[in-house]
Design a protein around this ligand. Structure first.
Ligand code: APR
Ligand code: ZN
Length: 262
């Protein structure tokens, strides 16, 4: 349940913003059936994550990482973008948001139609794989049958390098271009909107503070408290679907003159 006045304040602020930046976490995708990482009982919590260093060093770690990945992929196969994914894509497509920064690896922002040049994935994308040596993209549909018949972790078709899901694991370098773009958008924002993140993983969780330090209003929509709530101008504590219910970009006309007020 989200209090109507709070929902209205959120909607008014979004529609009044002229340089909105959206920052999403796994909480946005739970309504699409993709589990988040830290809600108690999350299947992601069943195993300790395999650090990047271990993945590179050990064939056994790579086999285990691929085994877990395909199990998780099957658990949310066919997940579709939620109405909020689609609303956010509208905000970006209509030019009402200058950029969308996601920590999510599920590809649902792309599927919702978010323009690729206005989307950065800080933690990569789990819908395909790449060679760690030459960067060649590998499709999961090609990799999986070979892995399941041979039990061997995939090697690069071109250079025989180690192939890994295109996600960023703990201990792996962050994607520099994505981080630069996210930082630039955070500095340009007049409103920085965090949706469905516990804001505990850095450096991603610094971005709301970069935006705030550069004059943006900070809004956090999340079921639980986050470490940045005290820095936020507005915290909407509740379900994401309920918080955005009834909001459409089309309403935006006629509010361009209003500065963001929270
Ligand atoms: N409505 C509102 N909030 C929700 C909903 C929902 N339907 N579903 C989940 N949440 C909230 C949870 O309460 C939690 O606070 O979303 C937040 C999700 O937090 P995490 O699971 O920690 O996900 P995230 O913040 O994206 O994690 C960041 O950690 O494991 C790494 O690389 C991984 O990108 C991930 C990063
Ligand atoms: Zn290669």
């Amino acid at each position: 349940m989200v209090a109507p006045h709070l929902r209205q304040t959120l909607h008014d602020a979004l529609l009044a913003s002229r340089r909105l930046v959206i920052f999403t976490g796994a909480g946005l995708s739970t309504e699409s059936g993709v589990p988040d990482f830290r809600t108690p009982g999350s299947p992601w919590m069943a195993n300790r994550p395999i650090p990047f260093e271990a993945f590179v060093a050990s064939a056994e770690a790579r086999r285990e990482a691929w085994r877990r990945k395909f199990i998780m992929d099957d658990s949310f196969a066919g997940a579709q973008p939620s109405p909020v994914h689609r609303l956010l894509a509208d905000f970006v497509r209509e030019g009402r948001a200058i950029g969308l920064i996601t920590q999510n690896i599920d590809g649902l922002h792309q599927e919702a139609g978010t323009p690729a040049d206005r989307l950065v994935e800080l933690h990569g994308n789990g819908t395909y794989a790449t060679c760690l040596d030459c960067g060649l993209r590998h499709e999961l549909a090609t990799i999986r049958p070979v892995f399941e018949t041979t039990g061997r972790a995939p090697r690069c078709e071109d250079c025989d390098g180690v192939v890994k899901s295109a996600t960023i694991s703990f201990g792996q370098r962050m994607p520099e271009a994505a981080m630069r773009q996210a930082d630039q958008w955070a500095r340009e924002a007049d409103l920085f909107l965090v949706i469905g993140s516990s804001l505990v993983v850095h450096p991603a969780a610094q971005l709301p503070l970069v935006a705030k330090a550069n004059g943006a209003a900070l809004v956090i929509v999340n079921r639980e408290a986050t470490p940045l709530d005290s820095a936020a101008d507005l915290v909407v504590r509740g379900e994401i679907g309920a918080a955005f219910a009834g909001l459409a970009v089309a309403q935006a006309t006629g509010m361009d003159s209003m500065p963001v007020r929270l």
